[in-house]
Design a protein around this ligand. Structure first.
Ligand SMILES: [Zn+2]
Ligand SMILES: [Zn+2]
Length: 453
């Protein structure tokens, strides 16, 4: 696979004298595997890529655009991507499925006449839209595996495999646990099940392109913003035995000099480990060829569900049971979930939560750990022991102020599905619930938009 970085900056484009080396354009990576052209994200870096594609190809071009999520810094180049203005070109656009709005509506939104002169419908190329959940599919000779990441919006990471090599694109991702400084994944497996899945997603990759927006010092000021300290990106890559790690999604305030010093620290951190990955900071314009003769592609656990154009079960609104004894927290949870169209049931203690679960069979349960009567872990154990499989298997998200590794392990031992440490942004919980609903086939509260292929 051939890789070229066209935009490496996070959050907002930051051109200028302080970002000449690593670049100021936002997320965009070109991937070519034989005849297959894949563009990862369509931030402002897509402008120059589009210009080059059009200049190099007098004939119409066929390509695939894989969007991690639809935050601005990942789609602002879309209305400026020249191949889309070319009649005869064909582009397939993929992004995570969202509640209530189709991908076409979301991309068209930023091209509404208030913001942009050309409406989406006037683009001359043939564009097909595909909404994804977790799973696997093929684009030409490239096998694509998708995996949800942790961010205040539904985000997918993409693992691309072709010709015996693998590249993982995982940006806009915050670790699920916050205790890695105590026990790094490199020293032993992390205790949060979702961090383990993340490492499995990166496993053995020849190249991991990973969110590295913060430093460990900056991170406490940005809890729940959905980004990763660079040092933990290193730990994940080490634990996953990745061959190379590209630090990516550089913070807009990170100067070239600051990127260099962060890179040095990351290399020193990795050097203490056996067989560390080669680490570099992704730079705009950088070109890589990823090869590994005779490589085997590692299989991924638990990712067998189909995704592209997967006909989603059309379902009535999902039911979410929320149990918390703190009225302020409950108010925030209701304010977050109800406008999304969920049927929200609430309980202010563990016993009530268990009773409601037994009669209402919610699609997801959000449990506070510390509650009067049965606590969150006891409720979860009771659910898991229930002969009714709807209770034994329902996704349970534990919310707690406890962030220690031992506490997280205790949560998973009790059978929780996910573990979310307070404080968190409501949008993070929303994105996590969204992921669990889709994983269990309960994601669509409104009928899903018809795939255009
Ligand atoms: Zn971003
Ligand atoms: Zn984002």
């Amino acid at each position: 696979m051939r890789i070229r970085f066209w935009g490496t900056r996070g959050s907002i484009a930051k051109p200028g004298p302080s970002t000449v080396r690593y670049g100021g354009n936002t997320s965009c990576v070109e991937v070519r595997a034989e005849d297959t052209l894949i563009v990862l994200d369509c931030g402002t870096g897509a402008h120059e890529l589009g210009q080059q594609i059009v200049a190099a190809n007098p004939e119409p071009v066929r390509g695939h655009l894989l969007i991690s999520h639809t935050h601005w810094d990942h789609i602002q180049g879309f209305p400026f991507f020249a191949p889309l203005f070319r009649a005869g070109s064909e582009w397939d656009v993929y992004a995570p499925r969202q509640r209530g709005r189709s991908l076409q509506e979301i991309l068209g939104g930023q091209m509404n006449y208030t913001y942009f002169p050309v409406p989406l419908g006037e683009l001359a190329a043939t564009i097909r839209y595909h909404e994804l959940t977790e799973g696997e599919f093929e684009l030409g000779n490239v096998r694509v595996t998708t995996r949800y990441l942790n961010h205040p919006a539904p985000v997918l990471g993409y693992r691309l495999e072709a010709g015996g090599v693998s590249v993982v694109y995982a940006t806009d991702h915050e670790p699920y646990s916050r205790h890695h400084t105590e026990k790094r994944p490199a020293d032993g497996a992390p205790v949060h099940a979702e961090d383990k899945r993340h490492i499995a997603f990166l496993a053995g990759a020849d190249l991991v392109i990973h969110d590295a927006q913060y430093t460990l010092e900056e991170y406490p000021e940005h809890l729940s913003w959905g980004h990763c300290p660079a040092e933990w990106a290193v730990d994940f890559a080490v634990a996953a035995k990745a061959k190379r790690l590209a630090l990516y999604h550089h913070d807009p305030s990170r100067t070239d000099r600051a990127v260099e010093s962060l890179l040095t620290r990351c290399r020193q951190r990795a050097a203490t480990q056996a067989d560390p990955p080669e680490i570099f900071a992704a730079a705009e314009g950088q070109y890589l060829v990823v090869v590994r003769p005779g490589a085997e592609t590692p299989s991924l656990a638990g990712s067998g569900r189909p995704t592209a154009d997967d006909p989603m079960t059309s379902s009535p609104e999902a039911t979410i049971l929320v149990a918390d004894d703190d009225p302020d927290v409950m108010a925030v949870l209701l304010d977050t979930l109800e406008p999304e169209g969920f049927r929200v049931l609430s309980a202010n203690n563990g016993d009530a939560a268990l009773a409601i679960a037994r009669t209402e069979h919610p699609d997801v349960i959000v449990l506070d750990w510390m509650m009067p009567g049965l606590d969150g872990l006891q409720v979860c154990r009771a659910l898991r022991a229930d002969p009714d499989s709807r209770l034994a298997e329902v996704p349970v998200v534990l919310i707690t102020g406890r962030s220690d590794a031992t506490d997280t392990a205790a949560g998973f031992d009790a059978g929780v599905t996910d573990y979310l440490t307070k404080p968190f942004k409501p949008s993070v919980l929303l994105a996590r619930l969204h992921a669990w609903l889709l994983r269990t086939g309960r994601g669509a509260s409104s009928p899903p938009p018809t795939p255009s292929r």
